[in-house]
Ligand binder design. Structure first.
Ligand code: B1M
Length: 211
């Protein structure tokens, strides 16, 4: 079995101790970092489906996430381009109540690779923390909100609402994304943009900052 396939199975099964080594071996075998990423994302999809079906529970999701993170550390430098041009600052975070960070981290990596200086506030970020970060970085160009749960979409809406006066004051653009988020929802909460995945998020951030 190719190392990339072994890695996919390892992530599905939460084998975090061997994930980094397998990711490195997959690279050494000639797999592209983007294909390795796709394999790990596929694995997380399977994990999610098994969770939905009641075949596995939160601890299994957690170890799978840990395994993917170990693999990400290895491929991260290969995903980042050598783009030296700075497009300014981007503040990113997963909204309050939501602990999912793998997708947000990936989006942060790709927006950073597009040329932004990333200020990552982490997960479960309360509105005040976004506001403080914006006040401390008045030249911020883009604020990016991530949510993975249908239950935290409201939290995203509340954050967007609370940031409206900040957007007027400082002139930054706000973009949103995450599995349950749609263009219609983004429009509803008044975001400047929505993107479906990390690659599209990088393009969008660049478009918003240079518009
Ligand atoms: Co959770 N979880 N989880 N979970 N978890 C999901 C999201 C779920 C779909 C699983 C399922 O039921 N099939 C489900 C949500 C259902 C729903 O809301 N409709 C779910 C649930 C229910 C829960 C709990 C409530 C479970 C419980 O406790 N009963 C709980 C909630 C905790 C909380 O947040 N308060 C919970 C907990 C967890 C863990 C902590 C165990 C763990 C997260 C660990 C971590 O992130 N450090 C976890 C995991 C791993 C998942 C799944 C299996 C994988 C998520 C992931 O990392 N995907 C997930 C099922 C799934 O996704 N299929 C699931 C890979 C990642 C690369 O994709 O995050 O979608 P994703 O990011 C993509 C896009 O969404 C987009 O680009 C990314 C890259 O392409 N994107 C953006 C994301 N943010 C963006 C921002 C942008 C633009 C694009 O612009 C700003």
């Amino acid at each position: 079995m190719a190392k990339i396939d072994e890695l996919e199975v390892a992530v599905q099964n939460g084998k975090s101790k061997i994930a980094a080594q397998l990711a490195q071996e997959a690279l050494d075998e000639g797999s592209k970092a983007s294909d390795i990423l796709d394999a790990m994302v596929r694995a997380m999809g399977v994990v999610g489906d098994k969770f939905s079906a009641g075949e596995i529970f939160v601890p299994e999701m957690l170890v799978a996430a840990k395994a993917m993170k170990k693999g990400m550390v290895v491929i991260d430098p290969y995903l980042k381009g050598a783009d030296a041009q700075s497009l300014g600052k981007c503040i990113i975070g997963t909204v309050k109540g939501d602990l999912h960070d793998i997708g947000k981290n990936l989006v942060s990596t790709m927006i950073g690779a597009a040329g932004f200086d990333m200020i990552d506030l982490g997960v479960d970020v309360p509105i005040e923390k976004f506001q403080e970060a914006i006040d401390a970085n008045p030249d911020v160009k883009v604020v990016a909100l991530s949510a993975l749960l249908t239950t935290t979409m409201q939290s995203m809406a509340d954050t967007a609402e609370a940031l409206k006066p900040y957007r007027e004051k400082y002139g930054f653009k706000m973009m949103v994304g995450g599995a349950p988020i749609t263009q219609a929802f983004a429009d509803e909460i008044g975001a400047d943009g929505y993107s479906v995945d990390a690659g599209a998020a990088a393009v969008l951030a660049k478009d918003l900052a240079t518009a």
